[in-house]
Design a protein around this ligand. Structure first.
Ligand code: HEM
Ligand SMILES: *[C@@H]1O[C@H](CO)[C@@H](O)[C@H](O)[C@H]1NC(C)=O
Ligand SMILES: *[C@@H]1O[C@H](CO)[C@@H](O)[C@H](O)[C@H]1NC(C)=O
Ligand SMILES: *[C@@H]1O[C@H](CO)[C@@H](O)[C@H](O)[C@H]1NC(C)=O
Ligand SMILES: *[C@@H]1O[C@H](CO)[C@@H](O)[C@H](O)[C@H]1NC(C)=O
Length: 527
C-alpha cells in the first residue's frame, strides 16, 4: 500500500515537473520571441496532435516518388488558406515542430549570415554516422572545421581541372552504346550507364584505382573479376536509401539503422580500407621509383600526406564519394532528358560545341577554361540544376534560441522565432521553381534565361555560406566535358520512349529521374 502511494506521489511529482518546465520553457520562448519582434508563421493543416496523418501522407508520397510535388503542394495549400503566397510554414512531425521554408532570405540566414545559429544536428549526423563516421558530411562545429580544412586544399589544386582522366571512362561509356547499321543505338536507358560512369571516374580520382563497373556490366568475365566492386556499390547505395528514409522520421531516425544497415556499412568500410592501407603502406616506404613515374593526381595519396589516421581517411573518402557521385550523375541524367525533350536546345548546343571543340575524332581546345567559356553549355547546365537540383531538399537544426528573418505575421514580413533544437527543412526545389523569382515560365526549361539573370540565394544548387559545396568546379567541369564528348559523337536524339508529361523524380539523399533516361542516339558521320 505504502509502495503504491509512494509511486503515485513520485509520478505526480514527475508530471508536475514536466508540466511546469514545459510552461516555463513556453513562457521563456514567448518573451524571447517578443524581444526579437517575432510573429507566428502559418502552419500546415494538421488533424492530429502528433502529426501522424501528415507523416503518413509524406511517407506515402515518398514511396510513390512524389515527395517533392507533395511538399510543393503543401506550400500551395497553406498559401491558398492564407490567401497569399507563403514561403515558410510550421508543421509538426511526431510531436516536434519543424519549420519548412523556400524563402531565399531565410535560407541565406540559415546557411550564411546566421551560420552559427544552425548546424546539421544530431538527426543528420546520427543517421549518417554508421556509414560515414564523422566525415565532412556528418560533422558539426570543430569536427567539421577540421574536415573542411583538411579537404579544401585537395580541391583547389589544378588537378581538379585535369580532364585526361575522364576520357578513358567516356570511352567505356560509349562501349555500352553500340550503334547499328542504321547509325542509331538501340533504345537504351542511359541513366545506369551514367551512374556507372560517375562511379568509375570518382573512384579513380579518389582512390587511384577505378572500380571499372562500366566494364563489368559489359561482360560476364569482367563481372566475375569485379564482383567485389559491384557488391560495394550495391551496399553503398542501399545505405544511402536508408539514410534518406531515416531523415524523414525526424527524431525517430534511428529505427531505420538496423543490423542489415550496419552490415552494409561494414562491407563498405572493408572495401575502402584496402585502398587506405595500401596508400599508408606505400607512403611510408617512399619508393622513389613509384613516386617519380607517378603523374596522375590521386585524392587519397594527397590526403595521406595530411593525416595518418586510417579511420579518418576512410570517413572522408566515403563522404566525398557520397557527395560527388550521385549528384553528378543526377545532373547528367536530367540534362539529357532536357535535351531529348527540347530538340531546338540540343541542335543549338551541338552546333556551338562543334564550333568550339571540333568533332568527336578530332577534338580541339578541350580545356577547363574553354569549357567555362562556352556560355550556352553553361546555361544548359545551370538551367538543369535550377529545375532539377541534385539535392532538392535539405535541413539544418537550430543550436540556440534565435529567429529567421521572414515568414511571420499577416504579411509574412516579420521574423519567426526558432527555439534551440528546432529542425528546419529548406526546399531548394520549390524555391528554384517559384514564379516570383523566375517569372511565369519558371517550370519551363529555357537556358536563354541565364543570359541576363542575376541570381542570389534563389539559385542554390551547390548550397551557400561556409558549407558551400567543395566540388562545384570539379562537378561542373566534369559534366561539361562528358556533355561535349557525347554531343560530338551523336547528332540526333530520339526520345519517343520518354513518358510524356512532367518528369518524375526518385529522391533519396539526391534526386534522379524515376523512369530513367530512355532514348536512342544517332552517331554523327565523320570522314
Ligand atoms: C552536380 C554536382 C553537385 C551538386 C549539385 C552538389 C551539391 C552540394 C550541396 C547542395 C551540398 C551541401 C550539402 C549540405 O550541406 O547538406 C554539397 C556539399 C558538398 N559537396 Fe557537393 N555537389 C556536387 C558535386 C560534388 C562533387 C563532385 C564533390 C567532390 C568530388 C562534392 C563535394 C562536396 C563536399 C565535400 C561537400 C560538403 C561541404 C561541407 O559540408 O563543408 N560535391 N554539395
Ligand atoms: C485575397 O487577397 C486579394 C488580394 O491579395 C484580395 O483582393 C481578396 O479580397 C482576398 N480574399 C479574401 C477572401 O481574403
Ligand atoms: C605532401 O606535403 C608536403 C609538405 O606539406 C608537400 O611539400 C608535398 O607536395 C605534399 N605531397 C603531396 C603528394 O601532396
Ligand atoms: C583552338 O585551337 C586552335 C588551333 O589549335 C587555335 O588557333 C584557336 O585559337 C583555339 N581557339 C580557342 C578558342 O582557344
Ligand atoms: C551558373 O551557375 C554557377 C553557380 O552554380 C555560377 O557560378 C555561374 O556564373 C552561372 N553561369 C551563368 C552563365 O550564369
Amino acid at each position: 500500500m505504502l509502495k503504491i502511494a509512494l509511486l503515485c506521489t513520485v509520478a505526480t511529482a514527475v508530471v508536475l515537473y514536466l508540466l511546469i518546465s514545459s510552461i516555463s520553457t513556453r513562457r521563456r520562448h514567448a518573451v524571447a520571441a517578443k524581444q526579437l519582434g517575432c510573429r507566428p508563421a502559418p502552419t500546415e493543416y494538421n488533424p492530429d496532435p502528433l502529426g501522424l496523418v501528415n507523416l503518413f501522407k509524406t511517407l506515402r508520397a515518398n514511396r510513390k516518388s512524389q515527395i517533392l510535388e507533395y511538399i510543393r503542394g503543401v506550400f500551395d495549400d497553406v498559401s491558398l488558406r492564407m490567401n497569399k503566397t507563403v514561403y515558410s510554414y510550421d508543421t509538426n512531425i511526431l510531436g516536434d515542430r519543424v519549420f519548412f521554408t523556400c524563402d531565399p532570405r531565410n535560407i541565406q540566414a540559415l546557411l550564411a549570415t546566421q551560420f552559427k545559429d544552425f548546424e546539421l544536428g544530431k538527426i543528420r549526423t546520427g543517421a549518417f554516422a554508421p556509414l560515414l563516421g564523422h566525415g565532412i558530411f556528418s560533422a558539426d562545429g570543430k569536427q567539421w572545421e577540421h574536415s573542411r580544412a583538411l579537404l579544401r586544399p585537395q580541391f583547389s589544386r589544378d588537378q581538379v581541372k585535369d580532364l585526361d582522366l575522364e576520357e578513358k571512362h567516356v570511352q567505356n561509356l560509349l562501349r555500352a552504346l553500340p550503334v547499328k547499321a542504321d547509325s542509331w543505338t538501340s533504345t537504351t536507358d542511359i541513366q545506369p550507364l551514367i551512374s556507372r560512369f560517375t562511379m568509375d571516374s570518382a573512384s579513380e580520382f579518389l582512390f587511384g584505382e577505378s572500380t571499372n563497373i562500366q566494364l563489368s556490366a559489359l561482360s560476364e568475365e569482367a563481372a566475375a573479376k569485379n564482383a567485389e566492386d559491384r557488391a560495394f556499390v550495391e551496399s553503398f547505395e542501399a545505405c544511402q536509401d536508408r539514410m534518406a528514409k531515416a531523415l524523414l522520421l525526424n527524431e525517430f531516425y534511428f529505427v531505420i539503422l538496423t543490423k542489415k544497415h550496419r552490415d552494409d556499412c561494414r562491407l563498405c568500410h572493408r572495401y575502402i580500407d584496402r585502398f587506405v592501407h595500401k596508400a599508408l603502406g606505400r607512403d611510408s616506404k617512399q619508393d622513389p621509383v613509384e613516386s617519380s613515374k607517378k603523374e596522375k593526381y590521386v585524392f587519397l595519396e594527397s590526403l595521406v600526406n595530411e593525416t595518418r589516421d586510417p579511420i579518418e581517411i576512410r570517413n572522408q573518402l566515403l563522404s566525398i564519394l557520397l557527395a560527388g557521385r550521385d549528384t553528378t550523375a543526377s545532373l547528367l541524367s536530367f540534362l539529357f532528358l532536357m535535351l531529348v525533350q527540347h530538340p531546338e536546345v540540343f541542335n543549338k548546343l551541338r552546333s556551338l560545341i562543334i564550333e568550339d571543340f571540333g568533332t568527336f575524332k578530332s577534338p580541339l581546345n578541350l580545356t577547363f577554361a574553354n569549357l567555362k567559356a562556352c556560355s550556352y553549355l553553361q546555361w544548359c547546365i545551370n538551367e538543369t540544376l535550377r529545375l532539377y537540383p541534385s539535392v532538392p531538399l535539405n535541413g539544418r537544426r537550430c543550436t540556440r534560441d534565435t529567429s529567421l528573418p521572414f515568414g511571420g505575421g499577416e504579411d509574412g514580413l516579420s521574423p519567426v522565432f526558432i527555439p534551440a533544437g528546432t529542425e528546419i527543412a529548406y526546399l531548394v526545389y520549390v524555391m528554384q521553381r517559384q514564379p516570383d523569382f523566375w517569372g511565369p515560365d519558371a517550370d519551363i526549361f529555357r537556358p536563354e534565361r541565364w543570359q541576363n539573370h542575376k541570381y542570389g540565394f534563389e539559385y542554390l544548387p551547390f548550397n551557400g555560406g561556409p558549407r558551400i559545396c567543395l566540388g562545384q568546379q570539379f562537378a561542373l567541369t566534369k559534366a561539361a566535358y562528358v556533355t561535349v564528348r557525347l554531343l560530338q559523337r551523336f547528332d540526333k536524339l530520339d526520345g519517343s520512349s520518354v513518358p510524356p508529361g512532367p518528369i518524375k523524380w526518385a529522391v533519396t539523399l539526391t534526386g534522379k529521374p524515376k523512369d530513367g533516361v530512355r532514348l536512342r542516339l544517332h552517331v554523327a558521320a565523320e570522314d
